[in-house]
Write a protein that binds this ligand. Sequence first.
Ligand code: PMP
Length: 401
Amino acid sequence: WFNQAQFIPPDAIFALTAQYQADPFPQKVNLGQGTYRDEEGKPWVLPSVNKARECLRTKGLQHEYLPILGLQSFREETAKIVLGAELFKEQASKIATCQSLSGTGALHLAGLLLRACHTKLPKFYIPEPTWSNHHQVFQSLGFPCESFKYYDHEMKSLDIESYYSMLRQAEPNSVVILHACAHNPTGCDPSKEQWREIAQLMKARQLFPLFDSAYLGFNSGNFDEDAFAIRLFLGEMQMEAGVCVSFAKNMGLYGERVGCILMSTVDRQVAVNMQSMLEMLQRSEVSNPPAFGAKIASQVLGNDELKQMWFQDMMTMSGRIRAMRAALYEKLIFFGAPGSWEHLIQQSGMFGFLGLSHEVVLKLREQHHVYVADNSRISIAGLNAGNVEYVARSITQCLRD
Ligand code: PMP
């Protein structure tokens, strides 16, 4: 049965974490995987999440199945916070929602729905570079995927002209993957004005926006600010769109797989139909989604006191990341690391896109035990006061050698 099975190399980022874990060097630093770490380099359970867990325990947890579409209160609270209260009131009846296996599951469900609704599969336009799983998720569903140039490696910034030019030439009725904020891996997002232009071009050319929203509130520390592009497309521009939401990073619920898909349309009946299709698709995929994480998230989102705590937690995380970004920049300048490093402080979000050659990345790993993704993306959250100097000195040495 399986003689045709091919060997598939392990996922690069997960393999890097395994390599880091096996390294006995005491000063090793893991800047690979994008998971938040506190000042001691430890995983951080958000105080708001801790408190929500306590509340659930006091209420008495049971372990029944959730409905196929997921926890109703979680789906509703997610739509509310992503759209903002006003837009939610206006549009709730035109939005189909379904709880998903975190952000990845939401993207996959979105793909399933788009596939089920079209006999001719739409093309997917995906920024280059992008999150390492995008192509895999959509190609596995049979969609033709095309990359477009998002980043100018020379200038170390967003290449907005090439973005616009792709949108002007894209096949109508295609899907465009949009990172709602904190573009992974480059940390470069369009400005508000550029988002407006992107939305107008997409509307004019009948392109479907599929938002990958894995960092809402985690980017700037302000959820509303980070949801700007989503609200622009759905509200002001009145566009149909898909929003794939993850609570992995902003609630630190990585392993609980808490996510949600919001599909906005222009007609109530279409929304009802889409909702029923999501239910059918979910049933054949996972039957019903996991309950525990969704209950925690729902508790946080649905309780004013916990929600305020969570807003504070997101500011704590994004503030520490910003401080570490600045510290790395300052140390690189202090050590006289060859090249310019302005791009590092112009980027935002969890990642820093250093712009190092593959050779330097390997040297960092092999000679200095500093683990960085192959494309020289670093997870800034892996830095702290105890290792930032070591990392900056290691980068400087590798560039000088
Ligand atoms: N999209 C992007 C851009 C991401 O960076 C991530 C997490 N690394 C995800 C989606 C999915 O994450 P998860 O499935 O853990 O929510």
